[in-house]
Design a binder for this molecule. Structure first.
Ligand code: ADP
Ligand code: MG
Length: 322
């Protein structure tokens, strides 16, 4: 039987990268971080609970990836460079195969972004994974939710809606052929945090948020914090490849309020369009202009001809009544 300390040593302890910002890692009472001089620390936590955020029995490698990916996505939405993370883990049992796959999925993504696991906590209990990420960003360059201004373009990265389509398939909300599920499922299980795009948009974009609960709701957070409104060109929203083949109505619903996409939604002045496109190409991430920030509060949805649409675009809320 693995002890708590064997488990930490075997699956969650690695040598410190020399010359990096981590001065002391797993094994002491605290880790020690030395951020680059003059940088601000960006800090965020996301918790994933079995049966709530992922299906019981979820495949451990992609679960490990996803837990870190959703946290890195928050750093991306701030324009912050990942530095380190901690992992608080509640586990029903110490199963070596599960732990090896989980740790591999998580640490492979961590390596891609040079983000080091520097500590955490491990306890026995229902499966629950809480990660806190630390990133760095130059002062005044963070992409804050309160920075959108009337006249700004609204952009989103990549495509949206395929994660929601996969969920609908698993839940039998609709008939999803196996080929379509095979295309959509990776968007749900293994999202790609848009870290490089977030970094490339520093000094170009004004406000940003990552789309975790659905575009309409997440954009709503920018609008509220910035004290502005917006017009969204619903038919310009880039649907994921599986959703793009579905009927118009479903495409509109799932691109607007899908959830679990982990794309970036950001605003930038129209004079910066070329710079936004250059940043997208530098970071090998597609971006699409999907709307405009207005002075008048509220979110207005319009079709391809600019005619108003009356669509329900409620986003996900853990505590909303069903
Ligand atoms: P403490 O008694 O101070 O809470 P622990 O005994 O819980 O310390 O943890 C020992 C060391 O292992 C600490 O450095 C802690 O940060 C680290 N640690 C515990 N769990 C994890 C984990 N799941 N991943 C990475 N580091 C961990
Ligand atoms: Mg502890």
């Amino acid at each position: 039987m693995l002890s708590e300390f064997d488990l930490i040593a075997r699956y969650f302890t690695r040598p410190i990268r020399q010359g990096g910002p981590v001065a002391l890692s797993v094994g002491d009472d605290c880790a020690l971080l030395a951020p680059a001089p003059g940088m601000q620390l960006a800090i965020s936590s996301d918790m994933l609970v079995e049966g709530r955020h992922f299906f019981p029995g979820a495949e451990p490698r992609s679960l490990g990836h996803k837990c870190l990916a959703v946290n890195l996505s928050d750093l991306a939405a701030m324009g912050a460079r990942p530095v380190a993370f901690t992992l608080a883990l509640s586990l029903p049992a110490a199963e070596p195969d599960w732990l090896a796959a989980f740790s591999d999925g998580m640490l492979s993504l961590a390596d891609q972004h040079q983000c080091e696991l520097i500590g955490g906590d491990t306890t026995k209990g229902p499966l629950n994974i809480c990660i806190t990420v630390f990133g760095e960003v130059p002062p005044d360059q963070a992409l804050r939710r309160d920075a959108a201004q009337p006249g700004d373009d609204i952009w989103i990265s990549g495509t949206v809606g395929d994660a929601r389509l996969a969920l609908a398939g698993y839940r039998n909300e609709l008939a999803l052929p196996p080929e379509a599920l095979a295309v959509a499922a990776p968007r749900m299980h293994a999202p790609t945090p848009r870290v490089e795009l977030g970094l490339a948009l520093r000094g170009i974009a004004r406000a940003a948020i990552d789309i975790s609960d659905g575009l309409a709701g997440d954009l709503g957070h920018i609008l509220k914090r910035s004290g502005v409104g917006a017009t969204l060109f619903v038919d310009d929203l880039p649907a994921g490849p599986a959703l793009a083949r579905r009927e118009h109505d479903l495409r509109r619903r799932f691109t607007l309020a899908g959830g679990d996409d982990y794309e970036l939604c950001f605003t930038a002045a129209p004079e910066r369009r070329d710079e936004v496109l250059a940043a997208a190409s530098r970071s090998a991430t597609s971006v699409t202009r999907v709307g405009r920030i207005d002075k008048v509060p509220g979110l207005r949805l319009v079709d391809a001809e600019g005619a108003p649409l009356a669509l329900q675009a409620a986003s996900f809320d853990h505590f909303a009544s069903p």
